[in-house]
Design a binder for this molecule. Sequence first.
Ligand SMILES: Nc1nc2c(ncn2[C@@H]2O[C@H](COP(=O)(O)OP(=O)(O)OP(=O)(O)O)[C@@H](O)[C@H]2O)c(=O)[nH]1
Ligand SMILES: [Zn+2]
Length: 295
Amino acid sequence: MRKGLVIDREAQMIGVYLFENKKIYRGIPRKKVLKKTKIYAGDYVLGEVVDENTFAIEDIEERKNFLVRPPVANVDKVLVVMTLKMPEFDNFLLDNLLAVYEYLNADPVIVFNKIDILDESEKKELKRWEELYKSAGYDVLKVSARENTGIERLKEYLKGAICILAGPSGVGKSSILSRLVGIQLETREVSEKTERGRHTTTGVKLFPFGDNSFIGDTPGFSSVDALYFMDKKEVRLYFREFLRYKCRFPDCTHTKEPGCQVKEAVKKGEISCERYRNYLKIIKEDISIAKDLCQ
Ligand SMILES: Nc1nc2c(ncn2[C@@H]2O[C@H](COP(=O)(O)OP(=O)(O)OP(=O)(O)O)[C@@H](O)[C@H]2O)c(=O)[nH]1
Ligand SMILES: [Zn+2]
C-alpha cells in the first residue's frame, strides 16, 4: 500500500498528498475505514491509487495527537509566535501556551517575529528572553516576516514536520505562513468573504512547503488558560525544566513542600524566576513564595 497525508478536509472532500510523487488526489475512504474513525487533516493514510485523481483510503495510521482547534492530527511542531513589541511581549501568555501544547503532546517551539523593528537595547532584551527559554528546554527562533530574515532557517528546522501557528493577534502568524508557503494566500480572503472565517472548525488545509513539511492555514490558540485543560496538580508536568529535578515527594507541587528541588533550583538560578512566578500564577498560588527565592 502507498502512504499519503490528508492535507485538506472539508465535508465530503478529502485531499490526499501522496509522498512518492508529491501529487494531490481526491481521497475516497473505504466503508470499513469510515466505520473506524473520522478522517482529519494530518491523518496519515494507506491505500491505493485508483486513477489519475483518485486515492482509495484503506486504512488510517494511529494518531500521535489531535488538536481540536484547529482540528489537525499528528502535529509535530506548534510555532508559538511572539513579538518583543507590537504587540508587547507577554510571557505569562507564552507560558500558558507552552504548557497547553506540551499537554497536547504537540511540541511547542517559540518563534519571535518582527526582529526588524528592534533597537539595540531591545535586541539585548530579546536575547535575554531567548536564553531564558532555551535554558528551560525550548527551541527559540528569531525571524522577520517583513524582511524575510530567518525564514530559510525556520524552513530547514521544520523539515518533514506537520506544523501549525499559534499566538496572539497581530504578531505576524499569517505573514510567516505566507513566507513559508511562498504565496499570497487567496484562500484566506475567500474564506473571510464567505464568513466562514479562519476560526472555523471545518475545512482546515495543510499547505506543503520546503522539504516535505506542512503547515495549517488556521491558527491555534491566541490566548489560553492552562487550567482549562488540566488540573492544578498537573501543571508542574508541563513546565519542561521542572522535570529535571527530583523532589522529596514525587507529587511535589513545588510550592510549600519541604525538600523541593525545583525551589532549590530557582534559588540557584537554574530555573528562572519569571518561569517559576508564572507557574505559581497559573496554579493560583501566592507568588510571594517566589520572593524568598528570587532576589
Ligand atoms: N515590522 C514588522 N511587521 C510585521 C512583521 N510580520 C508581520 N508584520 C505586520 O504585523 C501586522 C500583523 O500581521 P499578521 O500577519 O496579520 O498577524 P497575525 O498574527 O496573523 O494576526 P491575526 O490575524 O490578528 O491573528 C501586519 O501589519 C503585518 O504587516 C515583521 O516581521 N516585521
Ligand atoms: Zn518540588
